[in-house]
Design a protein around this ligand. Structure first.
Ligand SMILES: Cc1cc2nc3c(=O)[nH]c(=O)nc-3n(C[C@H](O)[C@H](O)[C@H](O)COP(=O)(O)OP(=O)(O)OC[C@H]3O[C@@H](n4cnc5c(N)ncnc54)[C@H](O)[C@@H]3O)c2cc1C
Length: 396
């Protein structure tokens, strides 16, 4: 450890190195320093975990790293040419700081991040999350135009561009989004932007079974309504469908929505806090699963979750967050859900579980492909190695 500290001091300065729980936390100030640290680690067999706001380190590949590479000093919005509807931001900038800057020109990155005051741009990209806005704007991969990344051996690469139709060749940012810090360290991201919605209104439709909401969800999807959010949620008290419309009130869309709801034998109420519904799942110590399924299977899956005493929030495109009590049946429950999802062609991930759980559940059939890509980007397995691949001793 002492030797490692001595090697790192000239790369980032002594005051930007700390030791936390046996791990050396290094805080570089720019892309070049990130490259210097990675190049050193890669040459000496030292394992590195990139870290942003630390809100989500338990999710995905649990790795034993000797260095935590903190991106928190790379925290600037680099450029916001608002007339071009793009913005370039450093990876350690919090989502909230980014949103605040963009809002000054009435713009935003169309993604609703959880805990935006802590989560960083790099962490949000590395974990590929999205919330209710995904229904209207697509996934994070659709929002990213370009990136600066540092490969495991310290090579700096700029990939993608700053215009919506940018480069020929491979679209590497799409690979980086969701790579969980295993392929490269993201240091800068260029996003496409949208105007903040001016005329949003939220509504909720309640029902005692998920099956009653399924045809309504389908009818809304098939309609010409300007729907921004279509979210189902449920617990022991019942089920609800949240709908957010983004159209000028004079367009009469509220009345059109009400008509569709009534045709389906249900009634429309004003809705509140629909973006906060996901956060509530984390309010208690519970098992949390994320599942991706076919939209058509959503209602039956939702009903199964509630029948097993769980609660859930799901996007109509088929992304489900489910929470269950954490007790001795937890592991069995997760395995049961994984089994059902395998049959239906879906996947599931344990976001918050207990120590007996494999964090990435249901990914076995894509493992070899991911391994092959990992070897191409990180031959020495330096970045966020899986536990069973970590070499026990660094070479210094
Ligand atoms: C359970 C859960 C559900 C979430 N759901 C949503 C959602 O629905 N919508 C949404 O928008 N957000 C969602 N989030 C994202 C949330 O905003 C996270 O806080 C964010 O993704 C993580 O950012 P962080 O800076 O805390 O990253 P960290 O927790 O510090 O790191 C997360 C992972 O990213 C890697 N990493 C971090 N920075 C970099 C970098 N610069 N380069 C390469 N790898 C890096 C780390 O090594 C680690 O593997 C969710 C988070 C959690 C925990």
């Amino acid at each position: 450890m002492a030797e490692l500290l001595e090697h790192l001091k000239p790369l980032v300065g002594e005051e930007h190195i700390a030791v936390r729980e046996g791990v050396v936390v290094v805080s570089p100030k720019n892309t070049s320093e990130v490259a210097a640290v990675l190049g050193f680690a890669d040459r000496h067999g030292v394992k590195v975990r990139p870290v942003g706001g630390r809100t989500k380190l338990g999710w995905g590949a649990a790795c034993e790293a000797q260095i935590e590479l903190s991106l928190l000093r790379l925290n600037r919005v680099v450029d916001h040419p608002w007339q071009d509807l793009t913005c370039t931001v450093q990876a350690g900038c919090t989502w909230q700081a980014l949103e605040d800057t963009l809002a000054r020109h009435g713009q935003f990155v169309a993604l609703d991040a959880l805990w935006p005051e802590k989560a960083t741009v790099g962490g949000v990209c590395a974990t590929n999350d999205s919330g209710a806005l995904r229904h209207r704007y697509g996934s994070l991969r659709d929002q990213v135009l370009g990136m600066t990344i540092v490969l495991a051996d310290g090579t700096i690469a700029k990939t993608g561009g700053r215009v919506v139709k940018n480069v020929a060749g491979y679209d590497l940012p799409k690979l980086m989004v969701g790579s969980m810090g295993t392929l490269a360290v993201i240091t800068e991201v260029t996003f496409r932007l949208y105007s903040l919605p001016l005329h949003s209104r939220s509504f909720t439709v309640a029902a005692d079974t998920a099956a009653k909401l399924a045809p309504l969800m389908q009818a809304i999807r098939d309609s010409h309504l300007a729907v921004q959010v279509l979210q189902m949620r449920g617990d022991a008290s019942g089920f609800a469908l949240d709908v957010e419309i983004n159209a000028h009130p004079d367009a009469g869309q509220d009345a059109m929505l009400a008509e569709i709801v009534v045709k389906n034998g249900l009634s429309l109420q004003p809705g509140f806090w629909l973006y906060a519904e996901r956060d509530k799942l984390w309010e208690h110590e519970r098992l949390i699963l994320k599942a991706t399924i076919r939209p058509n299977d959503l209602a039956s899956y939702a009903q199964e979750i509630v029948d097993k005493d769980g609660s859930f929030v799901a996007q109509s495109i088929g992304i489900v967050y489910a929470a269950f009590a954490r007790d001795e049946t937890t592991v069995r429950l997760a395995e049961e859900f994984r089994y059902h999802l395998d049959l239906q062609g879906g996947t599931s991930t344990v976001l918050k579980g207990n120590s007996e759980m494999d964090p990435v559940v249901g990914m076995s059939n894509i493992g070899p492909l991911m391994q092959a890509i990992k070897v191409q980007f990180d031959a020495n397995n330096t970045l966020n190695p899986l536990v069973n691949q970590t070499s026990s001793q660094p070479a210094i």
